[in-house]
Design a protein around this ligand. Sequence first.
Ligand code: NAD
Length: 439
Amino acid sequence: MTPLPHPAPPSAPLPTHALPSYLHAAELGPWGNYLQQVDRVIPHLGPLARWAETLKRPKRILVVDVPIQMDDGRVAHFEGYRVQHNVSRGPGKGGVRFHQDVTLSEVMALSAWMSIKNAAVNVPYGGAKGGVRVDPKTLSLGELERMTRRYTSEIGIIIGPNKDIPAPDVNTNEQTMAWMMDTYSMNVGSTTTGVVTGKPVDLGGSLGRREATGRGVFTVGVEAARRLDLHLLDARVAVQGFGNVGSVSAKLFAEAGARVVAVQDHSATLYAEAGLDVAALQRHAAEHGGIAGYAHAQSLSSDAFWDVESDILIPAALEQQITEANAGRIRTRMVIEGANGPTTPAADDILADRNILVVPDVIANAGGVTVSYFEWVQDFSSFFWSEDEINQRLVRIMREAFAAVWAVADERRVSLRTATFIVACKRILHTRELRGLYP
Ligand code: NAD
């Protein structure tokens, strides 16, 4: 029998690599931003810091080929991903994005931010995310359905109501979730509504889910504004992204008396000093696929969006929008991150130096996953709650989570982002420690 090797002396370096081989240092992208955010929290983790490396390594990455027959008979191939970052606290949970710029680094970062977010609002989930590198606007409805179904089938080996539960994200919606639920159900042989959230209400979806992320953004916005002594009545709001998150956030702020002075989406940048009619703009965007062509506003160049003076700025489009290049120009009192990862760590520091409060994504946009959690619970019990009940529970969870994070930021003199990471990472690493390492 070969003798077992002697254990290395404790001072020897661990035989592991700092970076995974599938992502080179030059391609870190949003994942690199996430790693920097983790490094900022490690000094605050006390003895749990010994587990912190777990946070820097996704548990599982699946890259899939998604071939579909196009309407003209040719076969197109798309690259799809599902990343499960951490499942110490429960099944993976996180959206699916269809976008031409989706990369592995992006999906890894988004999955990690889901771990942090789910722990920050204390829903019993780990973090996951998925995506397909495709511009869905170039596909017919039939092609989009075939692509969604094939992607779902390919990731079917790792998703499931107790394993990993996808939801909508950029360019995916209730219809996408209905196709995903049906495909998964067909493959397992029985209707399994709890495999995805963000479904149509008639298919086991939850009332209030469509508006949940925007409602969460608004709720933490109100809480943060109160603490800054900023009155919402007549406050100027600028919103980047006018999809699910941006348009609902804009609508709720406008209903509270704020003036939505600027809106930007992929098609245009609009400005109106007196405030845009958000409901009319929503109708226009639904009809025309974007805000371009809306008559009752001034049109700006896309870069000029960052010069608009506001009291509240809500990035609600994509990552890495507020960077070293524009953070010094932004004139606002607070940034509420509706999008995931819109601010780079360098821009975070510039905004902090300029006394601009940043309410980070990992708490600000957690309303969506909170109501997704309600949807999942309702699907398991086949008992559905009223919209009032859902909104009340959502607002309570968001307020409590925000207050807890605010208290940590105050006590430790750190940013709200680092405070949210402290709360969340402690929860994640505590479960890691309780569970122990397998085998
Ligand atoms: P969506 O597809 O409904 O809307 C995306 C919006 O961004 C569109 O208005 C689009 O025109 C705009 N956009 C795209 N590229 C742009 C660009 N280069 N410049 C300006 N605008 C651009 O997506 P969504 O669900 O609203 O998601 C938006 C952000 O919120 C993403 O970061 C997403 O991860 C995050 N988020 C979404 C949810 C949710 O429940 N949908 C939950 C949490 C976080």
